[in-house]
Write a protein that binds this ligand. Structure first.
Ligand SMILES: [Zn+2]
Ligand SMILES: [Zn+2]
Length: 193
C-alpha cells in the first residue's frame, strides 16, 4: 500500500468512526425517548391502580393495566432492537448476563465472565476472578501504567476512566469487573456470585 493510500484509508476510518458516533448518538436518543415512554406508562399504571384501590375494586384497573402493559412490552422490544443496532454499529458484543460489552474486552465489566471464546457455561462457572488486594500489581501492569501519564486519562462516553485495582488498566468507573483481567472492583471480598 502506498503512502497516499494509507492516508486515504486513515481518513476513511476517521470519517467512519465519526459517522458511527453520530449514528450511536441518534440511536441513544431514541432509546432515551422510549425509556421515557416506558416510565410514563408505569406511572400511569400506578395511578390507575391507586384510583381503583380507592374505589374498593381493583378489577376496575385491569383493562387499562393490560393495555399499558402490552404497550410497554412493545416498547421494550423496540428498545432491545435499538440496542442491537448500536452493538452492530460499534462492533460490540452482548454478554450472557445481558450487558453490552466492548469488542476488545476480555472480560465482561458487569459480571466478570471471560469473553474471548464461546466456552460452555460449566467452564465459565469454574473460572475464579482474582481476589482484590491479594496480589501486587504484575510488573507488566506497572509498566503499562507508566506508559500513560495521568493527564491522558482516557474518556469513555464522556466519563473519565479509572484504573483497575488488579491490573492497572483503564476501565470505566462504574464497571463491576475489569474488562482486561476480570478482577471484581469495589470492596475486597465482594463477589459476583
Ligand atoms: Zn456479563
Ligand atoms: Zn484488571
Amino acid at each position: 500500500m502506498s503512502f497516499f493510500q494509507k492516508i486515504k484509508t486513515g481518513a476513511a476510518k476517521a470519517a467512519d468512526k465519526a459517522q458511527r458516533t453520530v449514528e450511536t448518538t441518534k440511536l441513544s436518543a431514541q432509546i432515551a425517548k422510549k425509556r421515557k415512554e416506558l416510565k410514563d406508562n408505569y406511572t400511569e399504571i400506578g395511578a390507575i391502580v391507586y384510583k381503583a384501590y380507592q374505589t374498593g375494586d381493583l378489577s376496575l384497573a385491569e383493562p387499562d393495566i393490560a393495555r399499558l402493559a402490552q404497550a410497554n412490552a412493545a416498547i421494550e422490544e423496540v428498545i432491545a432492537s435499538l440496542h442491537e443496532k448500536i452493538r452492530e454499529l460499534n462492533d460490540e458484543h452482548l454478554c450472557v448476563c445481558g450487558q453490552t460489552v466492548q469488542a476488545n474486552a476480555a472480560y465482561c465489566f458487569a459480571c466478570g465472565r471471560k469473553l474471548e471464546v464461546e466456552e460452555p457455561a460449566e467452564d465459565i462457572e469454574e473460572e475464579e476472578a482474582p481476589e482484590i488486594g491479594e496480589a501486587e500489581l504484575e510488573p507488566w501492569a506497572e509498566a503499562q501504567q507508566a506508559e500513560r501519564p495521568d493527564d491522558e486519562t482516557p474518556v469513555y462516553q464522556g466519563i473519565a476512566e479509572i484504573r483497575c485495582k488488579m491490573c492497572g488498566e483503564y476501565i470505566r468507573p462504574d464497571d463491576r469487573a475489569c474488562t482486561h483481567c476480570g478482577a471484581v472492583q469495589g470492596t475486597p471480598g465482594d463477589t459476583m456470585r
